[in-house]
Write a protein that binds this ligand. Structure first.
Ligand SMILES: [Fe+2]
Length: 285
């Protein structure tokens, strides 16, 4: 039988090749990316989607958020998950190993230092152990999961020729002529589905955490794929705890100003990255 011959069920190398829910019923895959240590958004999504057969995560678990240890714990507790590493994850681990991050001087202290101070060495090793690429099958589709198409860029795949090249470079040969192929990317934080041909699609679930400057919506974005059918999801969640930690950093006077400006845009009411920081005198808590 061809490797993609089973129309129903889900199977991945990350589960040791064991079929998960291989019965003749539709499977539900939740697709997440770019959580960025935002436990408040992640918990809202997991509360909303309690029942699923597979969790697919396209990278950037930590950095630019407030609660890295809790986010890592959540992902480690998922038994049915396909997870890959993002560029922020890889950079955080590099900083963890190559720099005395605990002594970043005032004004040069960033969210990555903040996150690393709140993680254990075991958690850094777990992040480092995540693969950069993964393949799984669900309901007759073969999925390739990666954080980004080209390292160091926000480029996307726009034509079938490039899709084909990329697919063959990153999947085992038995999947090269599968009739239904999907790539899952994160990184851009832009929720979308691109259909390049019959059975040739790439998708980005958007960020569970924050959006770009031209997308001021603050909801958590992700996707649910049931029986192969993709649904875009957008979910409000409590952002106050993220702002409270940012105010705490502002009051402490250690973090680089630009890092805090990002947060007051991402999670607060600041209109852009250049908006003045709140007055120190107005800071409480
Ligand atoms: Fe990201």
């Amino acid at each position: 039988m061809l490797p993609w011959g089973s129309a129903k069920g889900v199977q991945s190398a990350n589960t040791g090749g064991r079929p998960e829910n291989s019965g003749d019923v539709p499977v539900k895959v939740i697709v997440l990316s770019d959580v960025h240590a935002n436990i408040w958004a992640l918990d809202a999504v997991l509360e909303q989607e309690r029942e699923y057969d597979l969790l697919c995560f396209a990278g950037d678990m930590i950095d630019y958020g407030t609660d890295p240890a809790e986010v890592i714990e959540r992902f480690q507790s998922c038994s049915r998950a396909v997870l890959v590493k993002g560029n922020h994850d890889g950079n955080a681990v590099r900083v963890f190993h190559t720099e005395d991050f605990r002594h970043a001087p005032a004004g040069q202290y960033k969210w990555v230092h903040h996150n690393l101070e709140r993680m254990t060495g075991e958690q850094a090793a777990y992040i480092d152990s995540l693969p950069e690429s993964a393949v799984f099958q669900a309901d007759g589709w073969v999925y390739l999961v990666q954080h980004q198409y080209r390292p160091g860029s926000y480029e996307v795949i726009e034509c079938r020729h490039v899709f084909e090249e990329h697919w063959r470079r990153h999947t085992p040969k038995e999947y090269w002529v599968a009739p239904r192929r999907r790539m899952v990317f994160g990184h851009t934080h832009r929720q979308c589905v691109h259909i390049l041909g019959d059975g040739m699609e790439w998708l980005n679930p958007g960020s569970v955490s924050y959006h770009r400057l031209d997308d001021p919506d603050k909801d958590a974005r992700y996707m649910v794929i049931t029986d192969g059918s993709i649904k875009m999801r957008s979910l409000p969640y409590p952002r106050e705890p993220l702002l409270k930690e940012t105010f705490r950093q502002l009051k402490a006077g250690r973090m680089a100003e630009q890092e805090m400006r990002y947060f007051f845009y991402y999670f607060g009411d600041a209109p852009d990255f250049d908006a003045p920081l709140p007055d120190h005198d107005s800071v409480s808590g």
